[in-house]
Design a protein around this ligand. Structure first.
Ligand code: GLN
Length: 265
């Protein structure tokens, strides 16, 4: 595959078609997580890269030839089904990451790239261990708008997203979160969301997360193409971000006002 990319780096996308893999979308695709794939493909194409969406059908082996691996969210049953296929292909995914591929894992996808998820019935669904993060089902479900202040090293602006999950995720020693949660639950432990590892971003945020946070999409594209990337006009994206961030802050203030009224009796 010969590329047409205009990136200046030495990454994979400069030499070949950028293959954005959407893994098991029939199982891992709640809350429009497929939108993450569309955003990556389009933002790459807008910059002159050849980019294509590659869907890996549920249960199929996950090839080691993809440049981006997207693992979306899913409730416990589809998550259990997805887990066995992922475990069977774990070495392929690891090889690809070692070769420069990047991973975005959302919610159930996050739990599955971790070491495992213990569901509400106590059943253990083993993950593929790309990051040291273990999840246990908890209550109540964490549902609503989330605001995350990302790890400064990422250089990202405030992240907006939506969450709906029961799992509480504990990061292993030394594992960095994606950021600090200022509204919402995120991992549900330690007021943080997600995890960061070389070439890997994990988060609880749907929305989907990349349409709401184009800078995060571009961070993944920078990693995989070797960047830097041309900036893109993003008026609509900024409008969406402003609206969602305002909604999250308002929800937070409303909850505080309600608590205060309850305290006063
Ligand atoms: N089953 C997981 C949980 O509830 C993931 C949910 C999801 O991906 N939305 O924690």
């Amino acid at each position: 595959m010969t590329g047409t990319g205009r990136g200046t780096g030495t990454g994979r996308g400069t030499e070949s078609t950028l293959r954005v893999g959407l893994v098991y979308p029939e199982l891992l695709g709640t809350y429009g997580d497929r939108g993450n794939a569309l955003v990556l493909v389009e933002r790459a194409r807008w910059r002159g890269f050849d980019a294509e969406l590659v869907e890996v059908a549920a249960g199929d082996p996950i090839p080691d030839s993809l440049d981006v691996y997207l693992f979306g969210g899913g409730e416990d049953d589809p998550q259990t089904m997805a887990a066995s296929g992922m475990r069977a292909s774990a070495n392929a995914v690891r090889r690809a990451i070692d070769g420069g591929a990047v991973v975005l894992a959302v919610c159930a996808g996050f739990q599955l790239i971790g070491t495992g998820y213990v569901d509400a019935g106590g059943e253990v669904i083993e993950g593929i261990g790309l990051v040291d993060a273990r999840t246990v089902a908890g209550a109540p479900r964490l549902i609503g708008e989330v605001i995350v202040e990302p790890e400064p090293s990422t250089g990202l602006p405030t992240i907006t997203g939506f969450e709906n999950h029961g799992g509480r995720t504990k990061l292993g020693p030394g594992v960095r979160p994606l950021g600090r949660v200022t509204r919402g639950g995120g991992n549900g432990i330690g007021a943080v969301d997600g995890a960061l590892a070389p070439n890997i971003v994990a988060t609880y945020l749907h929305g989907p997360v990349l349409p709401r946070n184009p800078a995060l999409a571009d961070l993944l594209l920078t990693w995989v193409t070797g960047g830097p990337l041309e900036p893109l006009p993003s008026v609509l994206e900024e409008a969406l971000r402003a609206e969602r961030l305002a909604e999250a802050r308002l929800t937070g203030w409303r909850a505080r006002a309600r608590d205060l009224r309850l305290e006063r009796g």
